[in-house]
Design a protein around this ligand. Structure first.
Ligand code: SF4
Length: 272
């Protein structure tokens, strides 16, 4: 494929992919994608992403009764089960009914934990400003930073104490404290783009861990931005044709690019 066909602007999705494995960026840019078509964890991810985006709705009309909260979560869960094939029609086009049903069962098993963690968060007065800000979250705004030439769509933007603050949704496990380091970098990119868009310094971001019902606030530091800039340069190199060294990492066995990645020798990178 001609390099001329490759989009020169960088998307935040490239960063998220790079953090998983730099080679995935290379393959995706060259449309060498094979969709995970019948994969339970992929459907779970889509469902939990959708659930995370709807968390602000769960926070509205807060009731201190756990049963009320559980019913509310269950009703949003049912709503997503019905809407998922419409919202993600191309993504789950070739997914079997049994895969979808297994994914829904897996997510259903999380409802108890989500209820208890959300109740804990809602009853802590310290969280009130964040919860209020989340109730008026702008869903999936398109952001573009012309200086860095990066575009991206966070799960949402809120105004936290008057400052525009990006919100991302993560569908994996949550850390005991704070947020995972990769999530911090993902969030840092959005704060850097948002700074350009809103023309104001932005030091905070929010991560919704939708599988467990945890919402964490994180302060973005100078070193996070430094690392984002280093990754940005590396992604530009990959877009220009550099094939990163192959890593043998746990996610390889479940990777959509495994076949082509196995075939392509890491020597290929020496041609660039
Ligand atoms: S197979 Fe492994 S090294 Fe290759 S792209 Fe996938 S995750 Fe990366």
């Amino acid at each position: 494929m001609s390099l001329k066909n490759i989009e020169q602007n960088i998307n935040v999705y490239d960063f998220a992919l790079y953090l998983k494995c730099p080679r995935k960026v290379y393959y995706l840019k060259r449309s060498e994608i094979i969709r995970p078509n019948d994969n339970v964890s992929f459907v779970e991810h889509l469902f939990l992403k959708e659930l995370g985006i709807r968390y602000p709705r769960l926070l509205e009309n807060f009731s201190s009764k756990a049963d009320d909260m559980k019913n509310k979560i269950q009703s949003v869960f049912n709503e997503i089960s019905n809407e998922l094939p419409t919202i993600y029609s191309s993504e789950i086009e070739s997914v079997s009914e049994s895969t979808i049903s297994q994914a829904l069962n897996n997510v259903q098993a999380c409802v108890k934990d989500i209820t208890s963690n959300m109740m804990e968060m809602l009853t802590n007065a310290h969280n009130l400003p964040l919860l209020q800000a989340l109730c008026s979250m702008e869903i999936e705004p398109l952001l573009y930073g012309p200086k860095m030439k990066i575009s991206g769509i966070p799960a949402g933007m809120i105004k936290l104490e008057g400052i525009p603050t990006p919100v991302i949704v993560k569908t994996g496990k949550f850390p005991e404290y704070g947020i995972w380091s990769d999530d911090r970098l993902h969030l840092a990119v959005f704060t850097m783009i948002a700074q350009e868009v809103y023309n104001t310094p932005i030091d905070n971001g929010i991560v919704i861990y939708s599988r467990s019902g945890n919402i964490r606030s994180a302060k973005i530091r100078a070193n996070d931005r430094r690392q984002v800039l280093a990754i940005w340069s590396h992604i530009k190199k990959i877009n220009d044709g550099f094939l990163p060294e192959r890593k043998q990492i746990p996610m390889c066995h479940d990777c959509e690019f495994l076949q082509i990645c196995d075939v392509k020798s890491s020597l290929a990178s020496k041609f660039f």
